[in-house]
Design a protein around this ligand. Structure first.
Ligand code: NAP
Length: 257
């Protein structure tokens, strides 16, 4: 018996990185997973690589979806419900960075980051909660970040990630009476293409950038998608049904330094 037997989970931005790691974990614990990502071909490829993908009862779904677009979100959520037979878990993971110091940050850099993280989480949650409320059951997990606490060059991203924490607290209050839990995880440095792109922007080789981060971390390593997936699986399981509105920092203690 897996913790997610009989459950359907939608994970946005799950073609790679933390989203894919979380999809692997949820699928390995019995969930049928809808992998949503901008590029449908990548989403399908990742869905086909998940545990249980070749079994008819546990097959998964890969869909193209832009989380910042209401029509795209509503269509994707309806397809998940009709093709996978329901919806029980939503992970708002899709994300982008458009880093720059404030005086060089364009309105487009601001709008696109707020659009994917905050508007995206809002649109996906609004579409999913209809189903959650009707069945009096649902789990929502939002991706925040240690950058919510402030990070040079990330005014847009930091504002979005702290906004996610306020959004999560409010979901906890509004949706708690309907059997729905909403929590957030705030990762520190996780080795993915997102942090590899930051290394490139700073002109550092990826391995050197990861080593610098690991050396500065109390547990002396960087994080991996599996670290976030483990926390996500707990918070989306019924073992965490008395936890809602919370943000769990999964950062090797980086925030404590
Ligand atoms: P990633 O490797 O860059 O993956 C993000 C995925 O989201 C990509 O597949 C991307 O697709 C997709 N995406 C972007 N815009 C989208 C949209 N509008 N609609 C649907 N999908 C979209 O990033 P990651 O490192 O795994 O990060 C995942 C989440 O964790 C993000 O919310 C991020 O902010 C958060 N986080 C990451 C770290 C870290 O250190 N990596 C730390 C704290 C928080 P394309 O490739 O097509 O753009």
């Amino acid at each position: 018996m897996g913790r997610f037997d009989g459950r359907v989970a939608v994970i946005t931005g799950a073609a790679r990185g933390i989203g894919f790691g979380t999809a692997q974990r949820f699928a390995s614990e019995g969930a049928r997973v809808a992998v949503l990502d901008l590029d449908e071909a990548s989403a399908r490829k990742s869905a086909a690589a998940l545990p249980g993908a070749d079994h008819p009862r546990t097959s998964h779904l890969g869909l193209g979806c832009d989380v910042s677009d209401a029509a795209s979100v509503d269509a994707a959520v309806e397809r998940v419900v009709s093709e996978l037979g329901g919806l029980h878990i939503l992970v708002n993971n899709a994300g982008i960075t458009r880093d720059n110091l404030l005086f060089k940050m364009t309105e487009q850099d601001w709008d696109s980051v707020i659009g994917v993280h905050l508007r995206g989480a809002f649109l996906m949650t609004r579409a999913a909660q209809k189903h959650f409320v009707a069945q009096k059951y649902g789990k929502i997990l939002n991706l925040s970040s240690t950058s919510a606490l402030g990070n040079r060059g990330q005014a847009n991203y930091s504002a979005a990630k702290m906004g996610i924490q306020g959004f999560t607290r409010t979901l906890g209050i509004e949706l708690g009476p309907y059997g729905i839990n909403a929590n957030a995880v705030a990762p520190g440095f996780i080795a993915t293409e997102m942090t590899d792109a930051t290394a490139e922007r700073l002109g550092l080789p990826v391995e050197e950038f990861r080593k610098l981060s690991a050396d500065a971390n109390p547990v002396r390593r960087v994080g991996f998608p599996e670290d976030i997936a483990a926390a996500a699986a707990f918070l989306c399981s019924d073992e965490a049904s008395y936890i809602t509105g919370q943000t769990l920092y999964v950062d090797g203690g980086a925030r404590l330094d």
